[in-house]
Design a protein around this ligand. Structure first.
Ligand code: VAH
Length: 318
């Protein structure tokens, strides 16, 4: 029996690609895409779409009841850089939306929840190399604080009310279908767009800023894998460390130059450098690999090849 899925934040970077993937797996009729506005017309026009305000409990509940939803992917959030500009709006959006979905699950309106956490929960006191699943967690961004707090609530609702909520600490995610959206790791998306359109890029992080990163296809696979695993295999109900590769802006520039020899990068660090410096360089995700057989596929070279090929096509058509 296919699940009846509601994706909240379906117009965003991960939400949009999750929508396409879940429709291909479970059928268009079983996947309802929703967002606060019509910001991604490809998503709005490619299947069932509803306007849902993730901060309004009734708005979510009406959609859940209308389509007899049993599974919710809550992908709406304000990311790290934007969250520093609008701290209280970031807290409200990221936390109110989570409470509404967890409370719908507690009240048995829905059976299963996916909620994304992030390596942003770690701070400058966290061991930076091969950061373990259990370690010091002192985030210094509003976004990281919301993700740390959200993890505590997910684990509480699971233990106290048997809510089947599952979560992944996403690293920086690279994709070509949507433009960068207010994240610190989004330099690793923007650089490819600028490489294709201008053959040059001014990076807002220092050249040696190493961060955990992942191609979108790997992130979507991990999300589908954890949600389709048996309950008994999900041993961590806060959020799983998730990892693929780590690289610096210099590494990306060099991988691009293999395809575009005259590509040039310059560096002009801004306020996002302080955010990036507070995050780990690499992540130990052995628990996810052990509990539900996670493994990544895309290397930096694979990512660069795919990104440049797809963006060349995209900009040729536009
Ligand atoms: C951000 N892309 O940069 C997000 C991500 C690990 C970072 O959560 O805010």
């Amino acid at each position: 029996m296919n699940p009846k899925i509601l994706i909240i934040g379906a117009c965003g970077q991960i939400g949009s690609e999750l929508t396409y993937k879940l429709r291909s797996l479970y059928g268009d009729k079983n996947v309802i895409a929703s967002d606060i506005s019509y910001t991604n017309l490809d998503i709005v026009n490619s299947g069932i779409f509803e306007i849902v305000d993730a901060q309004d409990y009734e708005s979510v509940k009406v959609c859940v009841e209308k389509y007899r939803i049993d599974t919710v992917y809550l992908m709406a959030a304000m990311l790290s850089a934007t969250g520093e500009k609008y701290p209280m709006q970031a807290w409200d959006l990221n936390m109110n939306s989570l409470f509404h979905v967890l409370n719908l699950a507690k009240a048995k309106f829905i059976k299963k929840v996916f909620w994304p956490s992030s390596i942003a929960i770690f701070g400058s006191t966290t061991p930076k190399d091969n950061t373990p699943q259990y370690t010091i967690v002192e985030p210094s961004t509003v976004y990281g604080i919301t993700k740390q707090t959200g993890e505590r609530w997910c684990e509480y609702y699971h233990k106290k009310y048997a809510v089947d909520v599952r979560s992944l600490r996403y690293p920086g995610i690279i994709s070509w279908k949507t433009l960068p959206g207010g994240g610190t790791t989004d330099y690793a998306v923007d650089i490819y767009h600028k490489a294709v359109t201008e053959k040059k890029y001014e990076c807002f992080l220092k050249e040696d800023t190493e961060l955990p990163m992942m191609f979108m296809d790997d992130a979507i696979k991990a999300t589908v894998d954890i949600m389709s695993s048996d309950k008994a295999d999900i041993k961590i109900r806060s959020s799983y460390n998730l990892s693929a590769i780590s690289f610096t802006p210099k590494d990306v520039a060099q991988s691009i130059k293999a395809f575009i020899p005259d590509f040039e990068i310059t560096y002009k660090p801004d306020s996002r450098q302080e955010i990036a410096d507070s995050w780990p360089k690499s992540i130990d995700d052995s628990q996810a690999r052990q509990d539900w057989n996670w493994k990544h596929k895309f290397s930096l070279e694979d990512i660069t090849k795919e990104m440049l090929m797809q963006l060349n096509e995209k900009y040729k058509e536009s």
